[in-house]
Write a protein that binds this ligand. Structure first.
Ligand code: ASP
Length: 421
């Protein structure tokens, strides 16, 4: 069949929603889907550690050879912080506009079954500092890189990969060249395995989504509908207004060309709720469809998949505001500013795995003194929103790659001639 991959994945998605809704009580179906879905996810996860390490090392050696590492790094991090902030502010605007935590002019805590005493919560919020944030910073440096890799602590692995790649790029002559050739080989081998796994993507996506729809159902979501609307509208605004504007104005590429090129990766992110598991596909699309040279993608994407999470940052902000509103907290400018700052910092620590944002939300809630039962509240709708925010996380990473490649003077990105400098 010659249908492009993203169409096949899309058909699998629709078929899965139908299968999950109508045959969700068939144990045999769930068993088969569970096994096939896990196999697909395992295959993707199996690639993550060698792919992240080899891509980072190649990216750093390549970048250093062309003398642009400092500029590449500065552009990348500038973009991450800038778009992360824009995402959070977009979420903030929608949360203030739709006020999901207020129903008929009253805080929704009783309606939502939240049991903590609202007055006690408010006092607690006023007394709290932001001490829980230090945990995220400490995780930046792993005690043992092998353990970090084995435990899936990607933040630690990225730090080690960055240091190792940088150190290799500083070695003299043959030492650097031998290592460079070795890691290039590892990377190429991983890309080939990725291509193989991608062939199975429609089947894997069908299996995963059928299971999710059968388990969560579509009706259980109603009470939190306004909260969901605020999140989804925020994500859509960032994906279809903010990022396209950035791509058009800063990178000077057609506003939606990237969305088309990344379609298979976005749909896989949506289905797997894991930007780390999607990384092999993201790399494939960005190199082969968006035509970003490996020098840039190898550096920007592995870091981005772990630290640049626009969708998660936006979600954290809306969730924290929603829970605060539900308790009747008067959200002054200062309180909202605290939430924005915390969302920006904790989003860096959000791993690219399903439901990782819940941990960050717990950190924000406890940092501003809100009870953790709020996390339990959003749990019911987290999976669906996770699918949406993960797709935005991947789109954000890809946009970063495009912008950095264009500002670094690369030719042929999204079929555009190099920018004149
Ligand atoms: N699932 C998200 C990702 O993989 C992280 C999160 O927001 O929970 O990017």
């Amino acid at each position: 069949m010659n249908l492009p991959l993203h169409w096949r994945i899309l058909i699998a998605l629709v078929a899965a929603v139908i299968a999950g809704s109508f045959f969700g009580d068939s144990e045999a179906l769930l068993k088969v889907c569970g096994t096939v879905g896990t196999l697909f996810l395992n295959a993707l996860k199996m690639l993550i550690v060698p792919l992240i390490l080899s891509a980072l090392i190649n990216g750093l050696i390549g970048g250093a050879e062309q003398g642009g590492l400092g500029r590449l790094g500065a552009l990348t991090f500038g973009f991450y912080v800038g778009t992360g902030l824009l995402a959070i502010l977009t979420g903030l605007a929608w949360a203030n506009l739709l006020t999901p935590g207020i129903v008929n002019g009253m805080p929704a805590a009783p309606l939502l079954g939240l049991s903590s005493d609202a007055n006690a919560v408010i006092t607690q919020v006023q007394e709290k500092g932001a001490q829980d944030l230090w945990g995220v910073i400490v995780r930046l440096v792993p005690t043992n890189p092998v353990e970090a890799a084995a435990k899936g602590d990607m933040l630690g692995l990225v730090t080690f990969g960055l240091l190792f790649g940088w150190a290799l790029s500083q070695l003299p002559g043959s030492l650097r060249d031998n290592q460079g050739a070795f890691w290039k080989g590892v990377y190429e081998a991983m890309i080939r395995i990725t291509a193989l796994v991608m062939k199975a993507a429609p089947i894997g996506v069908f299996a995963i989504v059928t299971g999710t729809v059968a388990k969560t159902g579509l009706a259980a979501l109603q009470p939190l509908a306004v909260f969901m609307a605020a999140v989804v509208l925020g994500l859509l605004t960032h994906a279809f207004v903010v990022l396209p504007l950035v791509l058009k104005l800063v990178a000077r590429v057609p506003a939606f060309a990237l969305h088309r090129a990344m379609a298979p990766a976005l749909l896989t992110a949506f289905s797997t709720s894991s930007s780390n598991a999607t990384l092999p596909l993201t790399m494939d699309c960005i190199e082969n469809k968006a035509k970003v040279p490996r020098r840039v993608s190898g550096f920007v994407l592995p870091i981005g998949a772990n630290v640049n999470t626009d969708g998660s940052a936006l979600y954290e902000c809306v969730a924290a505001i929603f829970i605060a509103q539900a308790y009747g907290l008067n959200l002054s400018f200062a309180a909202q500013f605290t939430i924005v700052a915390l969302a920006l910092i904790t989003a860096v620590g959000v791993a690219g795995i399903p439901s990782a944002s819940l941990v960050a939300i717990a950190v924000i809630l406890s940092a501003i003194g809100l009870p953790l039962e709020g996390v339990g509240l959003i749990l019911a709708v987290d999976r669906v929103l996770d699918m949406c925010r993960t797709a935005l996380n991947v789109l954000g990473d890809s946009s970063a790659t495009i912008v950095v490649a264009r500002l670094s003077g690369e030719d042929g990105v999204l079929e555009q001639p190099a920018l004149k400098r």
